[in-house]
Design a protein around this ligand. Structure first.
Ligand SMILES: C[S@@+](CC[C@H](N)C(=O)[O-])C[C@H]1O[C@@H](n2cnc3c(N)ncnc32)[C@H](O)[C@@H]1O
Length: 208
């Protein structure tokens, strides 16, 4: 089964509010995004946003430049249906992040919650890094939230790669400066704890 089939299968057959990564409000991301002082029309990408409620809360906060990209069209449909008329206030991109052309200096903030950790091949992580380095504006932010080294070994039944703040900061270090890092625990709808590491990086000025 390829990645798109896997994720379509998940979102077509499970209640999007019962999957392990569901949160009524993605507080861990919202608090940090609010602290960045972005302009209301900042270009914000929720990479692999799926059916996440983050877009709902960002719209409520008044952000008008939000894009949600996901490999599963069904996931995006779930979010759009939930939002109703407000769905037209965001951009929706059904695409594989590893194949999509994000353009150059297109985003003030690239947000990833529980997506980068699915890239278990070094070549895929490098491709992701190349795309993020090109797509985030100089001075813009890359905000990664992935399973920590003491977190789960699988997500959605798939083996993932766990990370530390240091390995993420080093891996992205050529094009991004570290701003802060953090750890948090996500409580799944089934009641388990998932340990995450969060790093906020800032795109350097210059080629990187
Ligand atoms: C664990 S879920 C997290 C969803 C969302 N970020 C959240 O926090 O609720 C991972 C998401 O990444 C998407 N995804 C996985 N691989 C992807 C890829 N190569 N390109 C785009 N989206 C991808 C999946 O469809 C799924 O919605």
């Amino acid at each position: 089964m390829d990645a798109q089939e896997h994720w379509e299968n998940v979102y077509q057959n499970k209640d999007s509010r019962s999957v392990s990564w569901y949160a009524d409000h993605v507080e861990s991301s919202l608090a940090r995004i609010r602290s960045l002082g972005l302009q209301p029309d900042a270009r914000i990408l929720d990479l692999g946003g799926g059916a996440s409620t983050l877009v709902d809360d960002l719209l409520k906060l008044g952000y008008s430049g939000i894009s949600v990209l996901d490999i599963s069209p069904t996931a995006l449909s779930i979010a759009k249906t939930r939002l109703g008329e407000r769905a037209s206030e965001a951009s929706w991109i059904a695409a594989n992040a590893l194949e999509h052309d994000f353009g150059s200096a297109a985003y003030d903030l690239w947000h990833d919650r529980a997506v980068f950790h699915f890239l278990t091949a070094t070549s895929d992580r490098q491709l992701y890094r190349d795309k993020a380095s090109r797509a985030v504006k100089p001075g813009g932010f890359l905000f990664l939230n992935v399973f920590a080294d003491d977190g789960p070994e699988k997500c959605s039944g798939l083996v993932i790669s766990r990370h530390t703040e240091r390995d993420l900061e080093e891996f992205f270090g050529e094009a991004f400066d570290p701003v802060m890092h953090d750890r948090f625990v996500h409580k799944t709808p089934a009641g388990s704890d998932q340990r995450f590491v969060s790093v906020l990086l800032r795109r350097k000025h210059g080629p990187g």
